[in-house]
Design a protein. Structure first.
Length: 257
């Protein structure tokens, strides 16, 4: 999918960093560094269920876009979870993790009915998950200056800044080309959630280490509210629920202190 294409570039960057760290570790002839406190920066490709909001997109396609003979908006199915986390070893095999991130994805269509006329339709979802959790580390595998440790764990999420937005912008349209004029409809609400994760943490003879793994995120927002009025958003007579749950791959670099 188009939104997932950047993953190849990020994987390549991570591999280059790992090769550079391994080369540096081999030259240093020192033990792998395991820091008690680390700042972990992550760029994680993730699926997004987008339940509820995808139903809104489907409904708008059927009622407005497709009857005009145009192709409707694609469903939202994937995005990126960018995250910054502090990871602290409270014991040699247990870490306490706290961090904040952002999940964002969008789908859009642009139509040019006539010269100097433009219709841009965009659906966008956004969430700012704050997480608090812990991971358990298994016994390390050591090879010279390299150490690898499998970990697994999870924690709680506080989903703030949630936004599900459908926006249409029309420029110079007329009664024959309009799809109903310009508008912005935004639903929002905070909610709790949880996550589970596992992976491998790789340490080198450097303050920089790397993590790869996978995660599951349960992030369901019930009864969303209109951002402008604060009243519940209804779709076909039912409250709008929004599901930002998903699974994904973890790709992280950790800087030890």
């Amino acid at each position: 999918m188009k939104r997932m294409r950047p993953v190849a570039l990020i994987v390549l960057v991570v591999l280059v960093v790992l090769v550079a760290l391994a080369s540096r570790a081999g030259d240093a002839h020192a033990a792998a560094e395991v820091h008690r406190l680390s700042l972990v920066l992550s760029a994680n490709p993730t699926s997004i269920t987008a339940g509820g909001f995808n139903d809104v997109l489907d409904l708008y396609n059927r009622r407005v876009i497709e009857p005009s003979g145009r192709e409707g908006l694609e469903r939202i199915s994937s995005g990126w979870w960018f995250d910054a986390e502090l990871r602290y070893f409270v014991r040699h095999n247990v870490t306490l993790n706290v961090g904040v991130g952002q999940i964002k994805a969008q789908t859009k269509r642009e139509f040019l009915p006539l010269i100097q006329q433009d219709i841009l339709i965009r659906g966008e979802v956004l969430s700012v998950p704050i997480h608090l959790g812990a991971d358990y580390y298994l016994q390390p595998y050591n090879q010279g200056d390299f150490q690898a440790r499998f970990f697994m764990g999870g924690g709680l999420l506080s989903l703030v800044g949630n936004k599900a937005q459908l926006q249409q912008t029309e420029v110079n349209t007329d009664p024959q080309t309009t799809l109903g004029g310009s508008f912005v409809q935004t639903a929002t609400r905070d909610a709790p959630g949880y996550y589970l994760e596992s992976g491998v943490h790789m340490f080198f003879a450097s303050r920089v280490s790397a993590m790869i793994g996978a995660f599951y995120r349960d992030a369901k927002i019930r009864d969303m509210l209109d951002r402008e009025t604060g009243v519940p958003v209804m779709v076909d007579g039912k409250p709008l629920d929004f599901d930002m749950s998903g699974i994904g791959a973890r790709m992280s670099l950790a800087i030890g202190f």
